[in-house]
Design a protein around this ligand. Structure first.
Ligand code: HPA
Length: 248
């Protein structure tokens, strides 16, 4: 029996199904790519993976396992926001033994000189979310990505000549913020970009001792208000995918 001081409920790896993931016997690989949109997961599986099989359809949060250059890899949607990515990654880590979790998504750039389609690799994720409070730490925890994955991803970006900014991102619970100046305060602290999930992922990974990273394409420039269309985003994410697949 777990007590409140035992930490989050941890079930043994290798479970056959959880409340949100029912793989029906299809394996989930130790390395998983995590776009927010489940249809993006399907597109990635169909475009980049060999022999992809669907491992989850619960709530249409599609997940697939296949191979990339002969190595097993999974890809699954996470939904939007820290509550959604946190519950899926908790189950992937604790029930299915996933060890490397790579979020791939879009972000809003907060700094001058950052352009649409630039790549951002999160070294850490600041947040306005209360998610980490469950661990009852006597201070402010800094959710960081895995240095091992970060270094590999930056090298892959450099080798391809892709412009990749590495640093702090903001994982915000609020897309439509009533405080119209809040982004300026994060910008002044050097935060590169805003998105809505990575801090939950990094906290879960830290608590479980596994590796996580987040890689983004800039879809909005929040200083100049330049923005991409959904169609443009679809084609622009190829560079980010090439980096993520190097981690497999
Ligand atoms: N805010 C939050 N998440 C985002 C944004 C944004 O402006 N752009 C892309 N993802």
């Amino acid at each position: 029996m777990s007590t409140p001081t035992d930490g989050p409920p941890v079930r043994p790896a290798g479970r056959s199904s959880t409340p949100h993931i029912d793989p029906k016997g299809v394996e989930i690989a130790e390395t998983i790519l995590l776009p927010g949109d489940p249809l993006r997961a399907k597109f990635i599986a169909e475009t980049f993976l060999d022999d992809a099989r669907c491992f989850n359809e619960v709530r249409n949060m599609l997940g697939f396992t296949g191979t990339y250059r002969g190595r097993p890899v999974s890809v699954m949607g996470t939904g939007m926001g820290i509550p959604s990515i946190s519950l899926y990654t908790h189950e992937l880590i604790h029930d299915f033994g996933v060890k490397n979790l790579v979020r791939i998504g879009s972000c809003g750039a907060l700094q001058e000189g950052m352009e649409l389609y630039d790549i951002v690799i999160a070294q850490g994720a600041s947040t306005d979310s209360a998610y980490v409070r469950q661990f009852d730490l006597p201070g402010t925890f800094a959710p960081l990505s895995s240095y091992r994955l970060l270094e590999k991803a930056k090298r892959a970006a450099d080798q391809r000549g892709l412009r990749a900014h590495v640093g702090n991102v903001l994982s915000s619970d609020i897309f439509y913020n009533a405080d119209s100046e809040v982004n300026d305060r994060w910008r002044r602290m050097g935060v590169l970009a805003v998105e809505m999930e990575s801090a939950g992922l990094f906290v879960n990974a830290a608590a479980a001792g596994v590796d996580a990273l987040a890689i983004f394409t800039v879809s909005d420039q929040l200083i100049t208000h330049a923005a991409t269309t959904p169609e443009e985003r679809q084609s622009a994410f190829t560079g980010m995918m090439e980096i993520a697949l190097e981690l497999v």
